[in-house]
Design a protein around this ligand. Structure first.
Ligand code: NAI
Ligand code: MG
Length: 498
């Protein structure tokens, strides 16, 4: 691997440089078949580069490289592995700008509000886990006085990482960092919509990591993701994406009897009680709904329950806030909101908006103007929509839209709103906004979600366990426990000294 790669802040040039490559065994290589698929800038519809159309043979090459590297990697002192991962974080520090620009170009996420932020979080995740090498501890067990009985934390071996496109670098970092520090080698399968920025991250990390420890292949689900899950040498799959694909992945993993971690979708409730601080709650709705990312977030506050006493004021204030956000070219520093990822997502989101509009009694409040300018005419922009008058049983309040669409639902009593909040197939995140401690505590305990916040709405943070209940997934990420529970197995050793 080339040493000391310099940052390239021209994302178009960088996209071309990275075009057509997987990274296997420390080398940039094309697909065995030579096939590629286009990578498109969703703000213009223009092709910015290509990615290899990887299939089983490419996956096998990547898994074999990981397998070859794994013994030596696992044999390294845990703190040394951690130190290398922390060095990766330092190295990425110099590349935040280029990575932010590249991910903005391929995903349409605004640079200032989203993409640059994502790029800096990647280093944060690596830094956090880099410090945890010495926490891979076992126990001593008082089994018998004549024997020394201990447990150790052993790496699983080769871990398959399947990621989506909404925050590709960050979601990858939260998976590969604990996997690597725990002594596993990794094969990442990138999302077909966003293969370039994650490839760049892996290329940069390969300057520090031994060859074969971290590999990445680009491709589609059935042709590339499925062979990774099914590969006999892959001992664990960690996946973020849709419930539907999560089930397919879990089924295939079940057939092999290997563990899976699933971070799936959400329909996260935000409850605004009558005594809430209106301004803070409105700001929390803007952040929670991820309007800056066109709502393409698994924790999006896509069901906002507002007490009847605040409802109308809340809708007015939220509309004003979202209206003030500028939709435009993702690479323009003035832009708050970029595009959705793909035509398929755009069609899906528009379908939901039409279905909401067609519902008797519903009103759609449209916010933020579409950008002007000929160059963005082919861009996948969607105006954020606040729906009022839709019930919690409407499909817009039940299904994950993954777009800038939220349902604001009026309520009158606490028990009623708690029942509605929990009446969902999902259980990822929830927030409640109130000044009353007793209500806050009661709701925090009773809300069926993996991540509950009171009077704030922050996103996943290194150090805090993150993950869902119900159909939002299996397992936790981002914390020490995530590394111990999901990327190691416990081994019991008995030394009989008789
Ligand atoms: P998806 O779940 O199909 O894709 C996620 C990843 O899984 C991609 O890398 C994809 O190539 C891979 N994949 C697809 N089929 C596979 C298979 N058979 N075996 C192994 N890997 C496979 O999500 P998609 O189609 O991009 O988006 C559809 C919906 O999923 C969105 O509208 C949204 O509701 C939800 N979603 C949720 C995300 C989250 O963060 N929880 C992220 C992305 C999408
Ligand atoms: Mg899909």
């Amino acid at each position: 691997m080339t040493e000391h790669i310099s940052p390239d802040i021209d994302p178009h040039r960088l996209a071309r440089t990275l075009s057509g490559f997987n990274l296997i065994d420390g080398e940039l290589v094309g697909a065995r078949s030579g096939r590629t698929f286009p990578v498109v800038n969703p703000a213009t519809g223009n092709e910015i580069g290509t990615a290899p159309f990887s299939e089983a043979a490419d996956v096998d090459a990547a898994v074999s490289a990981a397998q070859r590297a794994q013994r030596a990697w696992a044999g390294m002192a845990a703190r040394k592995r951690g130190a290398l991962v922390a060095e990766c974080a330092r190295l990425l520090g110099a590349h935040v700008e280029e990575l932010g620009r590249l991910v903005a170009l391929e995903t349409g996420k605004a640079l200032r509000t989203e993409s640059r932020v994502e790029a800096s979080v990647v280093a944060d995740a690596l830094q956090f886990y880099g410090g945890l090498g010495s926490e891979l501890k076992g126990e001593s067990v008082p089994f018998s006085p004549d024997m020394l009985t201990v447990t150790t934390r052993e790496p699983i071996g080769v871990v398959g990482v399947i990621i989506p496109w909404n925050a590709p670098m960050m979601l990858m970092a939260l998976k590969i960092s604990p996997a690597l520090v725990a002594g596993n080698c990794v094969v990442v399968k990138s999302a077909e919509e966003s293969p370039l920025a994650v490839l760049r991250v892996c290329q940069l990390l390969n300057q520090v990591l031994p060859r074969g420890v971290l590999n990445i292949v680009a491709g589609y689900g059935p042709e590339c993701g499925a062979p990774l899950v099914q590969h006999p040498a892959v001992g664990k799959i960690t996946f973020t994406g849709s419930v539907e694909t999560g089930r397919i992945v879990a089924r295939a993993a079940g057939e092999k009897l290997i563990p899976v971690t699933l971070e799936l979708g959400g329909k996260s409730p935000m409850i605004v009680m009558g005594d809430a601080d209106l301004d803070r709650a409105v700001a929390g709705a803007v952040a929670g709904m991820r309007f800056t990312r066109q709502g393409q977030s698994c924790t999006a506050a896509s069901r906002i329950f507002v007490h009847e006493s605040l409802h109308d004021a809340f809708v007015t204030a939220l509309k004003a806030k979202v209206d003030a956000m500028k939709m435009g070219d993702p690479l323009d520093e003035a832009t708050d909101i970029g595009t959705v990822i793909s035509q398929a997502q755009l069609d899906k989101v528009k379908g939901y908006i039409e279905s909401g509009r067609a519902t008797l009694g519903a009103a759609a409040v449209e916010c933020s103007a579409l950008p002007q300018g000929a160059s963005l005419r082919g861009g996948l922009f969607v105006r954020p929509v606040l729906f009022t008058g839709l019930g919690n049983s409407h499909r817009l309040a039940r299904e994950e839209i993954f777009g800038p669409v939220t349902c604001i639902i009026k309520f009158s009593s606490y028990e009623e709103v708690l029942a509605m909040a929990n009446d969902s197939a999902y259980g990822l995140a929830a927030t409640i906004w109130t000044r009353d401690l007793k209500t806050a505590l009661d709701a925090a305990r009773r809300l069926e979600a993996g991540f509950v916040q009171v009077n704030q709405n922050i996103v996943v943070q290194p150090g805090l366990s993150y993950g869902g209940v119900k159909q939002s997934g299996l397992g936790r990420e981002a914390s020490l426990e995530a590394m111990l529970e999901h990327f190691t197995h416990k081994k019991t050793l008995i030394f009989n000294m008789q």
